[in-house]
Design a protein around this ligand. Structure first.
Ligand code: GAL
Length: 692
C-alpha cells in the first residue's frame, strides 16, 4: 500500500534536498519513514470529541498551518472499546484517512491512561491504591494500577487490537504508549510484586538486612513480606529500592504493550511514550531502554520562560536514547494548571519551537489543536477555539510550520554534538531528595546551576546517564553523584587518567548502591584519587564568603569543609569568615592527573563564581564556544552530521540583538540569501548554513 499522508516530497524539499535526504543520511533523525519531512509540526487532535462533519474543516486549517502530524487516540478507550471485548475502530479509520487526505500523518496513542468506566466498575482491582490505602475512582485519569494483572491484560488487549488494525496503516508513523506515566500503585499486587522483586535481588533476607543495616530502629526482617511499601519516612535503602522497583514496573508496563504491538506493526512504526522533563517518579533510562525514541512534553517549568532551564530539559531528553527526540506536546502560549496561567509573550512560541530543534528535536507538537467542548481543560491554550476558528497564536505556529519546511532539508540527518557532558543520576537525585538536609537543596536546581554556565560558555552540553561512555567528552561534570559504586568510581578514574577533566559537585560520593554511607568520607572511592576529602558538610541558613582563583563570591544552601591529603592537590577556593567551622577552609580543590584533572567543588556557589570556575575548566580542557562574542540572551545551537552543519541562533531577549558571523552564511528562513552578521529582532531566530 502506498502512503498518502505525506505531501509529495517536492512540495516540501525540492529535488536537490531529496538527494540529501536519502536513507543513509538520516541516521541522526529520531524517526524514519518514507518521504518524512525532516522537521515536523504536529498537534494533539481528539476527533472523538467532535462530529465527523467537522473533521474536514479542522484538517483543512491544520494543513494551512503546515501541520504534518496529529497524535490521536490517547484517552479514547471508551470510544474504541465501548463495552468489554467490543472494539470500534471505524471512526479512527475514517479520522486517519481524513488526516492523510490533508497530508497529515498520525501517531496513535494507546488509551491506557484513561480506562473506561465499565472496566473499573466491573474490575475494581484495576484501580490504583494510594500510599494511604485509598482506592482511586473513575472520573479523572491515571486511576489505574500499573501492577494489576487484570489491568495489564486489558491494556495488552486494546494495544494488540489497535496494532492488528493499524500496524500496517501507511499513515500511522508511530505509537505512543499511555500518557505521561506518573502514579505508582501501593495496593496488594504492588506490595506482593515489590517483595518478589526484593527477594530476586537480595536472595536472602539476611543479605537485605545487612545492606539496609536494619538493626537500626529494630527494622530487622524475618521475611520479605514484612517489608512495608512506602515512598516517604522510611529506611533510605527501602526508599531507593522502591523507586527502582517503580522504574522496573513502568518498564514492564511498557513491555506489556510493546509485546502486543510489535508483532503486528511495521518496523518503521516507532514506539515511544511521552515523558515529563525532570520528573523523577521513575528512572527514565530504565524505561527508555525498551522504547525506540524519546519524546517529551515541553511545558515551561515556571511562570516565565527560562531558556537555559528549558534547553537543559531538551538535552536531558536527547540523552534518554542518545539521539534526536520528539517534543510530543508543548504549549500553544499557555496551560491551565499553573497558579497563574500567564501566556508566553508573542514570539516565544516560535522561539521555543526553534530551541527544541536546536537541541535535537525532529518534531514539535502542540497540545492541543482545539478546545474540547467540555472536560477538565477548558481553559488550556489551543490553536483553534471550540468554534474551530484560529486563535491568535495559530499564525505563529503557521510561521513555524513554514520555516520548518524551508529549513528542514538542510537540517535532515543532523544532531547536536557536544564535547562536554553533565550526568543526571536518578539514584543520586532520589537519595538527596529523601534526606535533603537543607530544604533548599533541590537536586534539579543544583544540576541546572551547573548546567547554566556550561551551556552558556560551551554552547552544547550532553546530559547523560552515569552508564554512558565518557571517553568522547573533554569535560564531565557530576553535579551531585551522591550514590556511587566502585565500578563507577573506576570508570571515572580511568576517564581522568586518559586526559578527561572531571568536576564533582557537593554531596558527591557519599553513598553506596544501597544508599548506605560509604565507609570512607566523601567522595568515597574517589577520595585517594582526589587526594582530598570532605571533613564535614553543613547546611547553610545564610551565605558564606568564598575567595580564591575564581575571585570573591559566596556559597549558599550547602558548604562542605574540605581537606587536602596529597601534596599535589591544590586548593583553588577557600571559605571566608562564617560559622567558625568553615573559616579559611578549602571549598574547591583540584588535582592534575597526567593530562586530565579531578576537581571537587564542595559548595553551592553563586552563579558568577561558578561561571568563572567553568570558564577555567573549559579552557584547561580546550573547549571552545561554537560562536564567540554572542550577546547575552542569544542562544547558539549547532546541528551537524552527514557533511552538513547548521547554526540556529535564537534571541531570547525581547530587545533586538546583533550577531557577527566569522564568515558569510545563508539564512535559510530569512529574506537575505547571504549574511555577514545577523540582526535578530526580539525573540528572533536565524537558521544559518555555510555558503555552497
Ligand atoms: C499534559 C498531558 C496532556 C494535557 C496537557 C495540558 O501533561 O499529557 O494530556 O493534559 O498536559 O497541559
Amino acid at each position: 500500500m502506498s502512503s498518502s499522508c505525506r505531501r509529495p516530497a517536492n512540495v516540501f524539499i525540492g529535488l536537490a534536498a531529496l538527494a540529501l535526504s536519502a536513507a543513509p543520511l538520516l541516521r541522526a533523525q529520531a524517526t524514519q519513514y518514507p518521504n518524512q519531512p525532516p522537521l515536523l509540526v504536529g498537534a494533539a487532535w481528539y476527533p472523538e470529541q467532535w462530529p465527523e462533519s467537522q473533521w474536514d474543516q479542522d484538517l483543512d486549517r491544520m494543513e494551512a498551518a503546515h501541520i504534518d502530524l496529529v497524535r490521536v487516540g490517547e484517552f479514547a478507550w471508551s470510544t474504541m472499546e465501548p463495552s468489554e471485548g467490543h472494539y470500534d475502530f471505524g471512526w479512527l479509520d475514517r479520522a486517519i484517512a481524513a488526516a492523510a487526505h490533508h497530508h497529515i500523518c498520525v501517531v496513535l496513542g494507546t488509551p491506557t491512561a484513561a480506562p473506561p468506566a465499565w472496566l473499573t466498575t466491573k474490575y475494581p482491582q484495576t484501580l490504583r491504591v494510594d500510599e494511604n490505602g485509598r482506592r482511586a475512582e473513575h472520573g479523572n485519569r491515571q486511576q489505574f494500577s500499573f501492577t494489576d494483572p487484570k489491568y495489564r491484560q486489558f491494556a495488552h488487549d486494546i494495544a494488540e487490537q489497535m496494532a492488528i488494525h493499524f500496524g500496517h496503516n501507511p499513515d500511522v508513523v508511530g505509537w505512543q504508549l499511555d500518557n505521561e506515566y506518573a502514579e505508582p500503585d501501593f495496593g496488594p499486587t504492588a506490595r506482593e510484586q515489590f517483595h518478589a522483586w526484593l527477594q530476586k535481588k537480595y536472595g536472602t533476607i539476611a543479605s537485605l538486612n545487612r545492606h539496609w543495616a536494619t538493626a537500626y530502629w529494630s527494622q530487622t526482617y524475618d521475611n520479605f513480606d514484612e517489608i512495608p511499601v512506602r515512598q516517604d519516612r522510611e529506611n533510605p535503602a527501602l526508599l531507593l529500592e522502591w523507586k527502582r522497583f517503580v522504574s522496573d514496573t513502568w518498564k514492564s508496563y511498557s513491555e506489556n504493550q510493546i509485546a502486543a504491538i510489535r508483532p503486528h506493526a511495521d518496523p518503521r512504526q516507532f514506539i515511544t511514550t511521552n515523558t515529563m522533563g525532570w520528573f523523577d517518579g521513575f528512572n527514565e533510562y530504565t524505561v527508555h531502554s525498551v522504547l525506540d525514541i524519546a519524546a517529551w512534553d515541553d511545558y515551561i517549568s515556571t511562570d516565565q520562560y527560562d531558556y537555559i532551564d528549558n534547553g537543559a530539559r531538551h538535552d536531558l531528553a536527547r540523552g534518554f536514547k542518545m539521539k534526536n527526540f520528539w517534543v510530543m506536546e508543548t504549549e500553544p502560549a499557555f496551560v491551565n494548571w499553573r497558579p497563574t496561567n500567564n501566556p508566553l509573550l508573542k514570539g516565544q512560541v516560535r522561539d521555543m519551537a526553534w530551541q527544541a530543534i536546536g537541541h535535537g528535536a525532529d518534531a514539535v507538537e502542540y497540545w492541543q489543536w482545539r478546545s474540547a467542548p467540555n472536560g477538565q481543560e477548558e481553559y488550556h491554550g489551543v490553536l483553534v477555539g471550540a468554534d474551530g476558528t484560529p486563535v491568535p497564536v495559530y499564525a505563529e505556529v503557521q510561521q513555524v510550520g513554514e520555516e520548518f519546511a524551508k529549513a528542514g532539508p538542510a537540517i535532515a540527518g543532523t544532531s547536536p554534538h557536544s564535547e562536554v557532558a553533565l550526568v543526571n543520576d536518578y539514584d543520586s537525585r532520589w537519595a538527596i531528595d529523601f534526606q535533603r538536609h537543607s530544604a533548599a537543596f533541590d537536586p534539579v536546581n543544583e544540576i541546572v546551576a551547573f548546567y547554566r554556565p556550561l551551556r552558556e560558555q560551551s554552547q552544547a552540553v550532553d546530559i547523560i546517564s552515569i552508564d554512558t561512555p565518557f571517553d568522547r567528552y573533554k569535560v564531565l561534570e557530576l553535579p551531585a553523584l551522591n550514590v556511587i559504586s566502585q565500578q563507577t568510581a573506576d570508570r571515572l578514574m580511568e576517564y581522568v587518567r586518559n586526559g578527561g577533566h572531571l568536576l564533582l559537585g557537593p554531596r558527591t560520593g557519599m553513598k553506596d548502591e544501597y544508599n548506605a554511607l560509604q565507609p570512607e568520607r566523601q567522595p568515597g572511592p574517589l577520595m585517594s584519587f582526589l587526594g582530598g576529602r570532605v571533613d564535614q558538610f553543613y547546611a547553610l541558613d545564610s551565605s558564606v564568603p568564598v575567595s580564591g582563583d575564581f575571585g570573591s563570591g559566596t556559597a549558599s544552601i550547602w558548604a562542605e569543609q574540605l581537606s587536602v591529603q596529597s601534596p599535589d592537590t591544590k586548593v583553588e577556593t577557600r571559605y571566608g569568615r562564617s560559622n567558625g567551622w568553615l573559616d579559611d577552609q578549602p571549598a574547591v580543590i583540584t588535582r592534575n592527573v597526567g593530562r586530565g584533572s579531578i576537581t571537587y567543588v564542595g559548595a553551592w556557589l553563586d552563579p558568577a563564581t561558578l561561571s568563572k570556575l567553568t570558564a577555567h575548566l573549559l579552557d584547561e580542557a580546550g573547549v571552545q564556544p561554537i560562536l564567540s562574542g554572542v550577546p547575552e540572551g542569544v542562544e547558539v545551537c549547532r546541528r551537524s552530521g552527514d557533511g552538513k552543519s547548521v547554526l540556529i541562533l535564537i534571541n531570547h531577549n525581547s530587545d533586538p540583538a546583533q550577531v557577527a558571523l566569522p564568515k558569510p552564511m545563508r539564512d535559510l528562513i530569512g529574506s537575505q540569501a547571504s549574511v555577514n552578521s545577523v540582526d535578530l529582532p526580539g525573540f528572533g531566530v536565524a537558521v544559518l548554513a555555510p555558503e555552497r
